[in-house]
Design a protein around this ligand. Structure first.
Ligand SMILES: Nc1ncnc2c1ncn2[C@@H]1O[C@H](COP(=O)(O)OP(=O)(O)OP(=O)(O)O)[C@@H](O)[C@H]1O
Ligand SMILES: [Mg+2]
Length: 277
C-alpha cells in the first residue's frame, strides 16, 4: 500500500482565522498549526465550533477572514484544479459515518474512488475489501448500513476516509455515541493507522476526554469562540489554567458536553456536497 511521502510536511496552519455562518461569527482569531504526522485533537464543548472548523479545513466553507494553509498551500487561494488535487489528499470521517443507505458497505467505502474513472470493478472491489479488512469489517462488505451497529458504521466511514491513502485524515467525533469498549476500539484503530502511516496527519474532533488521553499528541481547545489552548498533551495536563483544569477534571466525568448528534443531518448534506464538488 502506498504511504504518505515522508518528505512533505502535511501540517495545517490557521492564521487569524474567522469562521461562521452568514453574519454569525463562530470562531475568531484562530492562529495555530496542527503538526504533520501527529494526531491532533480539537476539543471543546458542544456547539463551540469544532465541526465548523473541520468544514473549513476540508474546504466546504470559506473563512470570513484569515487563512488556512495545508502543506504550505493557501487552501482558498488555489486554482480549482489544485484545490481538487489537494482535497484528494484529505480523508474525512463524518460524525455518524455518513453512509448512504441505498448502497452496500463496500459500495459506500469505494465512493471516493468513483472520481478515478477507468478503475476496473475488480480493482475497486479489491480496494474496498482492503480497507474494510483494516477496520475489521471485511465480512460485512455486502451488508447495508442499516444492518450495522453505530460503531461499525463509524468504522466503515473510517474505511471510506482512508481508501485513497490520504495525507490528512479528519475525523469528526469518531467515538461519540459509542460505549467505552467500542470507543476504545475506535481509538485503537486510529493509533494503528498512525503506526502504519506515520507521515499521515490525523485530526480528530472530540469532547471525549478518555479518547483524548489515548490518542492525542497535540491539542487545540476552543472556548467562547476563541482558541483557548494549543499545545501537546503533556502541557495541557500540566496547565494550571482553571478552565482547562475544570475541563479535564476527573470529577467532571470522563466526557463533556451533550452528545449532540444534530450535526448528522448537516454532515450528510456536507457529504453530498463533497462528492458532488
Ligand atoms: N449550517 C449552519 N448554519 C448556521 N449555523 C450553524 C451551521 N452549522 C453550525 N452552526 C452554528 O455554529 C455553531 C458551532 O456549531 P458546530 O456544529 O461547529 O459545533 P460543534 O463544536 O461541532 O458542536 P458538537 O460538539 O455538538 O458537534 C453553533 O452555534 C451552531 O448552531
Ligand atoms: Mg460537531
Amino acid at each position: 500500500m502506498e504511504t504518505c511521502s515522508e518528505d512533505a510536511a502535511w501540517d495545517i496552519a490557521f492564521s487569524s482565522l474567522r469562521v461562521g455562518y452568514g453574519e454569525h461569527v463562530v470562531l475568531d482569531e484562530i492562529t495555530a498549526r496542527l503538526p504533520s504526522g501527529k494526531i491532533s485533537v480539537i476539543l471543546g464543548g458542544s456547539g463551540c465550533g469544532k465541526s465548523t472548523l473541520l468544514r473549513h479545513i476540508i474546504g466546504l466553507s470559506r473563512p470570513m477572514r484569515g487563512t488556512i494553509q495545508i502543506a504550505g498551500a493557501d487552501l482558498f487561494g488555489l486554482s480549482s484544479r489544485d484545490f481538487r488535487r489537494l482535497r484528494r489528499q484529505m480523508g474525512v470521517l463524518f460524525q455518524d459515518g455518513a453512509l448512504l443507505g441505498a448502497m452496500t458497505v463496500a459500495e459506500n467505502v469505494a465512493l471516493p474512488l468513483s472520481e478515478h474513472l477507468g478503475l476496473s470493478r475488480e480493482l475497486v472491489r479489491r480496494e474496498a475489501l482492503r480497507v474494510l479488512k483494516m477496520v475489521e469489517l471485511e465480512a460485512f462488505a455486502d451488508f447495508y448500513p442499516h444492518q450495522l451497529s453505530g460503531g461499525m458504521r463509524k468504522r466503515a466511514g473510517l474505511a471510506r476516509a482512508i481508501i485513497t491513502n490520504p495525507r490528512i485524515l479528519l475525523c469528526d467525533e469518531p467515538t461519540s455515541g459509542l460505549d467505552p469498549v467500542t470507543a476504545a476500539r475506535m481509538d485503537a484503530l486510529l493509533l494503528s493507522l498512525h503506526a502504519q502511516f506515520p507521515a499521515m496527519t490525523i485530526v480528530s474532533v472530540s469532547h471525549d476526554l478518555m479518547s483524548l488521553e489515548r490518542i492525542a499528541d497535540y491539542v487545540l481547545v476552543l472556548k467562547d469562540g476563541l482558541l483557548h489552548f494549543a499545545g501537546d498533551l503533556a502541557s495541557l495536563k500540566a496547565s494550571d489554567d482553571p478552565y482547562l483544569a475544570m475541563f479535564l477534571s476527573r470529577e467532571a466525568g470522563t466526557r463533556l458536553g451533550d452528545f449532540s448528534e444534530s450535526m448528522d443531518a448537516r454532515v450528510a448534506t456536507a457529504l453530498a456536497d463533497w462528492f458532488r464538488a
